[in-house]
Design a protein around this ligand. Structure first.
Ligand code: GN1
Ligand code: MG
Length: 368
């Protein structure tokens, strides 16, 4: 089983010392809230900080290509920053002692080190409208700066990642198989998922321009400056690959226009926040400049429903299959995540026409 418990601190430090660090590594502490990779805050004897990550190769089947993507994306963004075309920083890879962007450790695991980004705040729920605006501007800028990435398209690190129809089929299959006998207790969620099947076909890759996008734009994957609240760095680049711009906007809305965290057990506390949504629209449109095509703009308002639906399907599927994909902190965690996402979807559906109006208002006021 992939997890944190299988490595001691001394093993982690030994591994870390195989990278070109500024001094001897002194500590490695679990860090962040990722649901897939394992992340550690690494500190050297002199106090220099880094992020050490183990790439989950059950999820990312081709870590070598993933790291090629990572290196291409970060060097392109670093150049844009150096040229003054963006205020946003990017992650900086620290090479291994033999000059590679990663190394392999025990059991064929892949590891990388990046410089720690100081002063960065990673939020689960935005504390203000400005936070929402800044997060969206940063992810919009990420897409915009990568729109002239030279060379071949990035490699698909997870094929069909936001293919909601295939996520729906996987869900139906999991219900039919019911390998853990959990379908009975999930009957209410399963019905709601089936009633909303039409959402799965609303945003198909083939119907939109293919762009280099982030694909995992949870609010906690952008660092905001802890004093100024300005966006400073987009992180978690493992799913950066060709895709649809709408999924990035939508996944940010899912996490940043919601009153609570994505696994809130008390559904009465889960509400869509229209005011945050309008800030997200404004920030995103400012970040992407004039890059979007009319068809993309027309689907901005509905896209958060689609991705919220997709995530609830993924969480529910994982619950039905015995929690094999997302890390869980307690029994029923994936069930709670799925239930919370369905609740958020209901709340979004109540605000659907207001969301359309807010996109129109942003466009009319010239946010892009
Ligand atoms: C995973 O690890 P994290 O939290 O950045 C997942 C995302 C989900 C998210 C839900 C590769 O991202 O797609 O939206 O959990 N990443 C992958 O919390 O599946
Ligand atoms: Mg991630």
């Amino acid at each position: 089983m992939f997890g944190l418990k299988d490595l001691s601190t001394s093993e982690l430090l030994e591994l870390a010392s195989r990278f070109q660090l500024d001094g001897t590594p002194a500590s490695a502490e679990p860090f962040g809230n990722g649901n897939v990779n394992d992340t550690f805050l690494l500190t050297t004897v002199s106090g220099h900080r880094y992020t050490l990550q183990r790439i989950n190769h059950d999820v990312f089947k081709d870590p070598v290509s993933l790291m090629e993507n990572f290196a291409r994306v970060t060097s392109h963004l670093a150049q844009k920053h150096a040229d003054g075309q963006t205020t946003l920083q990017t992650l900086v890879l620290v090479p291994s002692q033999d000059g590679s962007s990663y190394l392999t450790g025990e059991h064929g695991n892949y590891w990388r080190v990046t410089e720690y980004v100081p002063d960065g705040l990673s939020l689960e729920v935005p504390q203000s409208r400005e936070h929402a605006y800044e997060a969206a501007r940063a992810f919009g800028d990420f897409q915009y700066q990568l729109s002239d990435l030279p060379g071949d398209p990035l490699i698909e690190t997870i094929p069909d990642f936001h293919n909601t129809e295939s996520r729906y089929r996987a869900f139906v299959h999991a219900v039919e198989q019911d390998v853990c006998g959990r379908a009975g207790e999930s009957a209410g969620l399963i019905s709601f998922a089936k009633e909303n099947e039409h959402l799965a076909g609303l945003i198909r890759y083939a119907d939109f321009p293919t762009r280099t996008v982030h694909n995992d734009t949870k609010l906690n994957n952008v660092l905001l400056h802890e004093q100024t609240g300005k966006g400073i760095c987009v992180v978690d680049l493992d799913t950066a690959m060709p895709g649809c711009a709408l999924h990035d906007f939508a996944d940010l809305v899912r996490t940043a226009a919601c009153s609570s965290e994505e696994d809130e057990p008390d559904v009465s506390r889960i509400h869509f926040l229209p005011d945050r949504f309008s800030a997200l629209v404004e920030g995103y449109l400012a970040g992407v400049h004039d890059m979007l095509e009319p068809r993309e703009i027309e689907h901005l308002a509905v896209s958060p429903q689609v991705i919220t639906y997709e995530l609830s399907l993924r969480f529910l599927t994982d619950f039905l299959q015995g929690d094999t994909y997302f890390k869980v902190k307690r029994p029923g965690h994936n069930f709670e995540r799925a239930r919370a996402q369905f609740q958020l979807l209901r709340s979004m559906q109540e605000h659907a026409s207001a969301m359309e109006d807010m996109v129109s208002a942003s466009l009319a006021s010239g946010a892009c």
